[in-house]
Design a protein around this ligand. Sequence first.
Ligand SMILES: [Zn+2]
Length: 397
Amino acid sequence: MSVHPLVEAVDRDAIIRIASQLIAIPSTSGEEKAVMDFVADWCAERNIDFTIVANDPNRPNVIVSIGDPATGPTIAMNGHLDTVPVSDPDAWISGPFEPRVSEDGKKLFGRGASDMKSSVGVMLYVIDTLKHTPLKGCLQAHVVSDEELSARFGTLAVIEEIKAGNLPRPDYVLIGEKSDLKVRNAERGILALEVIFHGRASHTAAARATGINAIAKAAKGILALEGDIDKFHPAIGKPVISVNMIEAGVAHNVVPGEAKISVDRRLIPGETKDSVVAEIRAQLDAVAATDPDFKYTLIVDPEDHYIEANITEEDSPLVQAIQASIRSVTGQEPEYFVAWAGATDGRFYRKEGIDTVGYGPYGENAHGANEAGYIDDLVTEAKVYIETATRLLNAGR
Ligand SMILES: [Zn+2]
């Protein structure tokens, strides 16, 4: 099947221009107002409809829309414009807010060039490109604040408005975070655990007599837990476990009676909180079976922040459409984003039962100096978004 005519007409320079304009406006999380004002003005100048959603006026979100939700499905492209702060300005070759294209024309540098202002630029470009095309349905960009922190002022605020009936409920959501042009239809869940290892405090001199060193017990426990998990899900890859904090000891000359570790466990579809807890208990109990002094207490999800692994299945019309679009645009077979990737705002839409897929460019040095987005990938992202939107909204076909 051939591609939509507007796919062939994608304008690389126009994408670089809008991405650069977004990068040039600093917008560390908490300070998104100026960049959101720019997006609103950009829409107004082009006669594109937009709505502001904000539960803090200084941290607005802009909902950009073309088409009519009464005539067919609603597709929302979601991207955030907040960035992490610049911690090392001297390590940048050009300033973080002075967007620059590399000499070979391949990379766009600047804070947010990868995470993820360039991709938001693509979304705005796609809306502008399709605004005169008759659509059976509605195409939106949810341009949000507060992704790098809590999402409370960002995507979650937008979802509250959807639930209140003030915005159309999307049938499909595209997340533009980096995915190396691979399909990201699942995200790992997150479970926090704490393990307290119990020993017996004593004078150092009595360490071999009456003391039971809780740090030594924790060391055994950590070695039992840390490592590769031999499971694999085709859409997302492996689960992850990492012991990320340890707290123990009171003084140089006291054998510690207690040691506490914090464990971050990322789950794949098919795993549950209960299955992971059982797995961790089995690993620790195996140590206890060889050491009568190995005693522990497991605290599951101490702050009640558990997130389930989430997936939009391959038979979803959205997954089907984006896979078909990748084939048509690139001539290549679509791949799943099986990578060591963290969570995106996509999980909040999936939680509402909305089919959600991530598809974004390759980029480098996100959150670091000389952050860069790959311009060829931005062009491909724009083409695949146009092709996917026109397939699902049946425009000009
Ligand atoms: Zn991001």
